[in-house]
Each structure stands twice: as structure tokens, then as C-alpha cells.
Ligand binder design. Structure first.
Ligand SMILES: Nc1ncnc2c1ncn2[C@@H]1O[C@H](COP(=O)(O)OP(=O)(O)OP(=O)(O)O)[C@@H](O)[C@H]1O
Length: 296
């Protein structure tokens, strides 16, 4: 992958199922390199977007470009550069780990079996065990080792840690981040868990009710946004910047604003906002019901 290449570009992407729209008007430009988190509540459209990215679904509107190629017209050579780990870490439960690796090698041109064996040995996961007898955390690690052995340029993971306990979650993210540090892979993963993202991600996409409500480089987003705390007021200070959210307590008003460079009004204090609070504020904003928009 060359510097400056986009890992993913979407333009006006929508996906409509029989019951209505799951995704509307999704326009993104995500750089290659680093880790991108896709965050949103249940039913936001995360899985739909990820399946569009890996070519398992075709968009109803718009275009999806992955690693510089329109994914709907992609050749097997382009698709071979994309790794995908589905939500439930699919493995053949009666296969041993070694058989799963052989299967991976048979299905993938660039499969590096030695790399997978090395990763699993470091984690103490025996190759002769049936995958169905491994713990949930170990199964997730086997699925990750298989996905990484494909040596993808873009690795897409759908809620990879959702079913794992905190320790297994931590170990999984450590292995994933180690792979990012070692190689030239861009990682795109979806998650409900927001509080660990700041530590591990470079880029953020917030999806709510089928719409992108926030996207950008995480450091930039945190610099652009801040909390303004002042005396309780109905309107807050006069501001030209966008007020994302207003919260009143008995004596104070707190505004989350996206105007990092503007001076602070007299009597008000500016504070940095934590990433989790930023994401939650965007998710609390009233959105548009995409199933109702043009659904006729
Ligand atoms: N195959 C399908 N057929 C019809 N509707 C679907 C299908 N897949 C998803 N949907 C609907 O599309 C919307 C988005 O679903 P999606 O699974 O993409 O969301 P999600 O953010 O991944 O949710 P979760 O966090 O619960 O996995 C939901 O309303 C869902 O019911």
C-alpha cells in the first residue's frame, strides 16, 4: 500500500433491504494505514457497511472503493488483499486448529501458514485441538491468526471482541495492535465498546440509524471539540461554532461545541472532552429515521 492511498472511500452509499433502508447517504474517505473504528448502537448499520466493504453485499446506491478499486467490479486479486473476520469468529468446530490452517492455505493464495503457527504457538494454543473445544477467547485468536495469515492490506473485523470477557478482549486487541505495528495493514473494526478506542484507534466513524454522524482523525476530532461550562442559562454564550449538545445541571450549563479555535466567553471555562463522551453526545443527538426516508 502506498502512502496517501485511501483504504476505503464511499460516495453516497445506501443499502436497502426488503423492509427498508439500513444505510443511507454514506460518504467516507479513510486513509490507508492505522486503525479505524466503526462505532454505533445495535441496528445502526455497521455490519451492513462492513459487508459492503468486503464485497459480500452490493450497494443499492453509490459506490464503494477499497484500496483504490471499486469493490463491486473487483477482481479476485483485489479481494485477496482484503481480510474479513465475521462477528461470531466462524470456524469449523470439528476441525483441529491445524486442519483450519490447512483449509486457510487451500483457500488463499497469499496464506502464510508459518506466520499463523508462530502466532498461535506464542499464545499457547495447541494445533491438535478441535476448535470447538477451545475457549471463546482462543477461538477468536485462531480466527484472527487465520485472517492475518492471509497478509491482507485491509483487515475488516465485525465486532471482534463483543463476545469476549475483559481479559480475552485485552489479549485480542494486543495481538491485533501488534500486527498493525509489525506490518502494513489497515484495520477497520466495528465495536460497541467505546472506552478503549482512544488508546487503539487513529480514525473514527460513528454510525447511527444508518447515517454517518461523525467521522475523522481522532486527535483532530478531540482538538476541534471541547466542553464549555458556565452559569446555567437557557441559551449559552453567543457562539458561531456548532453546539453539538447542551446539558443543564441545577447551576451550570455545559455545552459540547465544535469550534476549538474560538475564544472562550467571559464567565465560561473550556475543558477537553473525552472520546467516549464525544461519541455518546453524537449518538444522543436526534437523528433521521432512514427507513422512512424515500422508503416508498
Ligand atoms: N439481511 C437483512 N435483511 C433485512 N434487514 C436486515 C438484514 N440485515 C440487517 N438488516 C436490518 O438493517 C439494519 C442494520 O443492521 P446491521 O446488522 O447492519 O446493524 P449493526 O449496527 O451491525 O447492528 P448490531 O450491532 O446489532 O450487529 C437493522 O435494522 C437490521 O434489522
Amino acid at each position: 500500500m502506498t502512502t496517501g492511498e485511501f483504504a476505503l472511500r464511499t460516495d453516497g452509499v445506501g443499502k436497502r433491504y426488503r423492509k427498508g433502508w439500513a444505510l443511507r447517504d454514506c460518504t467516507l474517505a479513510l486513509p490507508a494505514g492505522g486503525v479505524i473504528a466503526l462505532v454505533g448502537p445495535n441496528g445502526a448499520g455497521k455490519t451492513t457497511l462492513l459487508r459492503l466493504v468486503v464485497g459480500l453485499l452490493a450497494p443499492s446506491t453509490g459506490t464503494v472503493e477499497v484500496l483504490g478499486h471499486d469493490v463491486t467490479a473487483s477482481t479476485s486479486r483485489t479481494l485477496a488483499r482484503i481480510g474479513f473476520l465475521a462477528q461470531d469468529h466462524p470456524l469449523y468446530k470439528r476441525f483441529t486448529v491445524a486442519e483450519m490452517l490447512r483449509f486457510g492455505r487451500a483457500c488463499n493464495l497469499r496464506f502464510d501458514q508459518g506466520l499463523a503457527e508462530h502466532r498461535l504457538a506464542k499464545l499457547g494454543i495447541p494445533l491438535d485441538r478441535r476448535t470447538g473445544t477451545l475457549s471463546g477467547g482462543q477461538q477468536a485468536q485462531v480466527a484472527l491468526a487465520l485472517a492475518l495469515a492471509k497478509r491482507p492490506d485491509l483487515l475488516v473485523l465485525d465486532e471482534p471482541v463483543a463476545s469476549l470477557d475483559p481479559l480475552a478482549r485485552h489479549e485480542f486487541m494486543q495481538v491485533l495492535m501488534g500486527a498493525v505495528a509489525e506490518g502494513d495493514v489497515t484495520v477497520l473494526f466495528s465495536s460497541h465498546v467505546v472506552h478503549e478506542l482512544e488508546r487503539v484507534c487513529d480514525h473514527l466513524v460513528v454510525l447511527d440509524n444508518g447515517r454517518v454522524t461523525l467521522t475523522g482523525d481522532i486527535d483532530t476530532l478531540l482538538t476541534e471539540h471541547r466542553l464549555l461550562v458556565g452559569p446555567r442559562t437557557a441559551t449559552g454564550p453567543e457562539r458561531s461554532g456548532a453546539v453539538v449538545e447542551t446539558v443543564h445541571s441545577e447551576r451550570h450549563t455545559t455545552l459540547l461545541v465544535r469550534d476549538g479555535a474560538l475564544p472562550v466567553a467571559p464567565g465560561w471555562q473550556a475543558r477537553p472532552v473525552a472520546l467516549e463522551d464525544l461519541v455518546l453526545a453524537y449518538l444522543r443527538r436526534p437523528g433521521v429515521d432512514v427507513t422512512a426516508v424515500g422508503a416508498a
